[in-house]
Design a protein around this ligand. Sequence first.
Ligand SMILES: [Zn+2]
Length: 419
Amino acid sequence: MNNEHVQARKTGKCRFCGQPLRFTFVDLGMSPLCESFLSLEQLNQMEVFYPLHVFVCENCFLVQLEEFVNPEKIFTEYAYFSSYADTWLKHAQNYTHFVTERFDLSKESFVVEVASNDGYLLQYFVQKNIPVLGIEPAKNVAKVAIEKGVPTLTEFFGEKLAIQLLEQGKQADLIVGNNVLAQVPDINDFVRGMKTLLKPGGIVTVEFPHLLRLMEENQFDTIYHEHFSYFSFIAAEKIFSAHGLILFDVEELPTHGGSLRIYGRHADNGTLPITDGALELHEREVNAGFKKIEYYSEFGEQVKETKRKLLSFLVEAKRQGKSIAGYGAPGKGNTLLNYCGIRTDFLDYTVDRNPYKHGKFLPGTHIPIYPPDKILETKPDYVFILPWNFKEEIMIQMAGIREWGGQFVVPIPEVKVYK
Ligand SMILES: [Zn+2]
């Protein structure tokens, strides 16, 4: 019934294979863009909401959102600075050591990172005297990287830019793309660009949240308008291989609630055989049901139940007269709060370490954002952790709340209190 309704709306086409999208993965209702924080003056103005309705392609099984907003609008003043999360910096540093060793990178090599943000990763290659180039469309973020000594082009990456670099004699031994693939509207152009920019013996590593983990752990709040696609390993293999890149290895990482790091190379580079790990994950996804359309349709009900449990907890806490403050103002928090209808009726305020967000308000829910010290001043009964992927780090940073009997609440995979 639901799918007939969707069909009647004549929705879009799969951004990889062009098949019309008919099957719903999950429908999270209407939400504002998750990074569009509001100033005090903007609270009285109209706010734009777009559907957060996710589809799955019945042909290639790419899970995807329709594109509502021009990426230029989203990314040219992007507020996310990677360097504000300590564990993410540590992750970047470990990766640099590991990949330099495994693929013998040296001062003769050339490393390109697509969506290089504020230079959080490339700075560690610079420390090793390995030549780098960052590509980052958000001007304010790229500026920070350049000030750190990381050469950065303020551009969108795709085949056109790859050809320009190639014509300047630039080809990469390593191309890195962390948490960018989901945000690319024209995925075919992007992967073709990687193919073009890669030296014959070079490798590509790409990290993205793993759809398997998103589904297993109810991470529906990682769905937002800025993330157009949600990948299984199988879907990624299909997309890269369509452009002459073979995924020869894969690692499962704990970052962002469970990510994959895929390793790609040119299809004709036989020196890097496909590993057992890659074969095993492919098999595991097939066995889980990732090649059957029915498997995807169960997710929506699971999400509704997660919402009901979270709201039950919050209603009960407020009836008991408890005060609740948020911690963090990440994109995922905005999806969760808007979908569940959680506003200042439940959360008095939230805090964030990023000074860019202080004095602003969360989009849609209008919850105010303060510096973290606000929690120490107001001593709430519960601290509701929105970036649950950093929960261990946050519980250590904010351990002081236990002095007044404060407790942490984590909403995902389902609501849980940590004493
Ligand atoms: Zn498709």
